[in-house]
Design a binder for this molecule. Structure first.
Ligand code: HEC
Length: 124
């Protein structure tokens, strides 16, 4: 291998390594984002079962007499996880409004988006 070939080889290796590093980084980001979504979905589900089900029914089916939360109608009023979360934090549970912190309200909002078969981006 002469000097020119050697430099060419080094240049190619640099590109290969940079691309590999970039893809690995993207992969790590995807894994982190999925882990975050799973954590939020689980936390929201548990909170809902403990605090909301008595009035809104299991899975938001309306069995307790309060509005149904899984037929898409609630997302016509609250179109983003942020607006839904703000409403929840200030108004729900109706028996004790204001008891939830913003993380809990966000977890519940994302859970309700999932009940309605909407999957907002992790940072929506
Ligand atoms: C004591 C009964 C009760 C509990 C507990 C309760 N809710 Fe409600 N919820 C209501 C009633 C009644 C309404 C309708 C009146 C209103 O919007 O304030 C409502 C409305 C809502 C709405 C708006 C529905 C729409 O279509 O506009 C959302 C979202 C909601 N609740 C989420 C929750 C969440 C999340 C929890 C648990 C943290 C919860 N609620 C706990 C009684 C309850």
């Amino acid at each position: 291998m002469n000097r020119r070939q050697l430099l060419g080889f080094i240049a190619i290796m640099a590109v290969v390594l940079a691309t590999g590093g970039f893809l690995w980084h993207r992969h790590q980001q995807t894994v982190a984002s999925i882990q975050l979504q799973v954590r939020e979905a689980t936390a929201g589900k548990e909170l809902f079962a403990g605090l909301c089900e008595t009035c809104h029914g299991p899975g938001g089916d309306g069995a307790g007499g309060a509005p149904i939360l899984n037929d898409g109608s609630v997302l016509k009023t609250y179109t983003t996880p942020t607006s839904l979360s703000a409403f929840i934090q200030t108004h729900m549970p109706a028996s004790n409004p204001g008891m939830l912190n913003s993380q809990e309200a966000t977890d519940l909002a994302l859970y309700i988006f999932r009940l309605n078969h909407r999957f907002p981006p992790a940072h929506g």
